[in-house]
Design a binder for this molecule. Structure first.
Ligand code: ADP
Ligand code: MG
Length: 603
């Protein structure tokens, strides 16, 4: 019971929030509503005109009526043109504006959601909310509003007119209405059921197709064609069946309701023509009555279905506003503006846990394991520090805590003596350049990708310099349009090594005081790696550099090597000292050395 109550309550609050979006368009909305009212009234007027039209012109041959009628008819339809346009166009304007504003707000919100959110919510779900649900909520709201205003005015107006014409005839409605309501209601329920199934099977059709398209090489190599074709055929057939069922309902619905209406009309004809009623009911009354009755049919159908439209809109609205209610990344109240740090980093007793999807630091279960604990480390400005450890040791998490992609739970991290939580987020993040194993490139030109930190206003001279230092200049020159070549979706038109060098050029272009390299070279072959190693040396000159590297050979010259295990620092020192100490680093080193001796095995 309480659940039902809360559903209506949140439905109401969804509606209110949507109303806020229409606020600035209230004049147009008011005009559209006026149009709806007028359009509803013209329907009633049309039915009402039938009586004087027939009785006055054709039966009584009254000259005044004969002159007036054509004009009145024209007047009604002219008013209808204006009313329909005002309501249709006005409502569409308001609706599309709301959709545009909703999309803008959702997109803006998504830009400012914490990294944590993206870890837990699938990208497709966020896209659906942005694209589809913003349309749904607004379309449902405008069509429901139109129905509630225009159709209820039409139905009520016509009912009143029926009563005025003849209350005895109007009694037929009492019999007819429940049958119609039940019929229309069950038709629309079947409709909804098939519509949902069709949506599902459409989704499956595109899902299977997408898998095949993305995995076409695997399909070809492993001979999956027959299997995939059969899988697709099953879903395709199901989709066909659902569509035909829906079509059956749709093709039957209109003649069936008309049949019920005909039953009513037959009854009315019978009633009106038997006994002495023949004389009390004029031709005009009769035709006007039948006209009014048939005009009621469609608005009644819509009114019966309006609840499901509303429900659909509310469901979409709840999920959409749910996204908008997700907390954004916030600057601390005391956040300070900082231009550029020198690059000294201090970790003081840092501890970190990842929280399950719907838990915050306050409510975290005791079971969430510590990914980092008790990390205390000082890195001088300009130093190169390597992080070493087994996979899962917490290296990436430690790096991610610096630009506050994840929030540490205890301890402090300081840049130049200022706690990173005291920075404005934008200022903090400006201090870093970041290259990781999986490069992200945007579907734009090479130059725009390199100069991404200048958001479309990249400085060409600096782009060239960055490309040169990243050993990317030569291959970029060879591309069909040089620096203006589009790289394709996530750089598919480039090789892995080329993508990596673009990522390094992008980091160089940014010219940040601190550089983070998270296994930036581990996906590469030795040839590309040699280039990239040289590029990285260019990159790290004059900056504080934090390197996570798989291959220990690449970090032997680091000023300091930090060995992490299970989220704790177990050793620090330079290469030579750590080898002499003969601890964990020395063991790792021996392991890699012996592996390197085996052919085809990469560390
Ligand atoms: N976004 C995340 N959400 C939950 N757990 C995570 C997340 N990222 C990493 N972890 C966990 O944290 C631990 C350390 O991971 P990570 O820092 O990536 O290690 P490394 O980079 O040393 O391989 C692992 O146990 C991993 O499962
Ligand atoms: Mg990692």
């Amino acid at each position: 019971m309480s659940k039902e109550f809360s559903a209506t309550a949140s439905g109401w609050s969804t509606y209110q929030r949507l109303l806020v979006y229409t606020k600035q368009y209230w004049r147009l909305l008011a005009l559209a509503i006026l149009g709806m009212i007028a359009a509803g009234l013209t329907e009633v007027a049309f039915a009402a005109l039938m009586k004087p039209l027939l009785d006055g012109s054709f039966v009584n041959r009254d000259p005044a009526t004969i002159h007036l009628m054509p004009l009145l008819l024209l007047g009604v339809f002219a008013a209808r043109v204006i009313a329909e346009f005002a309501s249709g166009y006005g409502m569409a304007w308001v609706g599309r504006s709301v959709i545009r504003d909703l999309k803008r707000d959702v997109f803006d919100h998504v830009l400012h959601l914490p990294v944590r959110y993206f870890d837990h919510v699938p990208g497709g779900e966020i896209l659906t909310r942005l694209n589809y649900q913003s349309e749904q909520v607004s379309e449902a709201a405008s069509s429901a509003l139109t129905t509630l205003i225009r159709d209820s005015i039409t139905v009520v107006g016509l009912l009143i007119w029926l009563l005025i014409l003849s209350w005895q005839l109007a009694l037929f409605i009492v019999v007819l209405a429940p049958i119609l309501v039940v019929l229309v209601w069950s038709i629309s329920r079947a409709f909804r059921r098939y519509a949902r199934r069709i949506q599902d099977s459409m989704g499956q059709v595109s899902h299977v197709a997408e898998e095949v398209i993305n995995g076409h090489r695997v399909v070809k190599l492993y001979g999956g064609e027959t299997f995939e074709a059969a899988r697709f055929a099953t879903i395709n057939a199901l989709n066909f069946k659902d569509f035909m069922r829906m079509q059956a309902v749709s093709a039957l619905s209109s003649p069936l309701t008309q049949f019920v209406l005909a039953l009513g009309i037959a009854g009315i004809v019978w009633f009106a023509t038997t006994g002495d009623r023949m004389h009390s009911i004029s031709v005009g009354t009769f035709v006007s009555f039948i006209t009014a009755l048939s005009l009621m049919l469609s608005p009644m159908k819509r009114l019966i279905g309006v609840n499901s439209v509303l429900q659909r809109g509310i469901a979409a609205g709840e999920s959409l506003f749910g996204l908008l209610d997700e907390p954004r990344e916030q600057d601390a109240a005391t956040a300070r503006r900082i231009e550029r740090v020198t690059g000294q980093i201090r970790f003081e007793g840092v501890g970190l846990r990842y929280h399950p999807a719907n838990q915050t630091a306050e409510s975290v279960s005791a079971l969430a394991p510590w990914v980092l604990s008790d990390i205390t480390l000082t890195i001088a400005a300009g130093q190169t520090v390597a992080l070493v450890g087994r996979s899962g040791a917490g290296k990436s998490s430690l790096m991610a805590s610096l630009p506050r992609f994840v929030e540490i739970e205890c301890g402090v991290i300081r840049l130049d003596d200022t706690a990173i939580s005291d920075f404005k987020l934008t200022d903090l993040r400006r201090q870093f350049a970041y290259v990781s194993q999986d490069t992200v490139l945007f579907n734009t030109t090479v130059a725009a990708n390199i100069g991404y930190s200048d958001g479309g206003h990249e400085d060409r001279a600096r782009v060239y310099a960055a490309a040169k230092a990243a050993f990317a200049f030569d291959f970029i020159e060879q591309l069909p349009q040089g620096f203006d070549t589009p790289v394709g979706e996530n750089g598919v038109l480039l090789s892995g090594g080329q993508r990596q060098r673009l990522a390094i050029a992008r980091a160089l272009y940014r010219d940040a005081p601190i550089l983070i390299l998270d296994e930036a070279t581990s996906a590469l072959d030795t040839e590309s790696e040699r280039y990239i190693q040289a590029a990285l040396e260019n990159l790290s000159r004059g900056r504080t550099t934090l390197v996570i590297a798989h291959r220990l050979s690449t970090i032997e010259h680091a000023d300091m090597i930090v060995v992490l295990d299970h989220g704790r620092i177990i050793e620090t020192g330079n290469h030579r000292d750590l080898l002499v100490a003969d601890g964990a680093y020395a063991a790792l080193h021996r392991l890699q050395f012996s592996r390197a001796a085996l052919p085809e095995v990469r560390a």
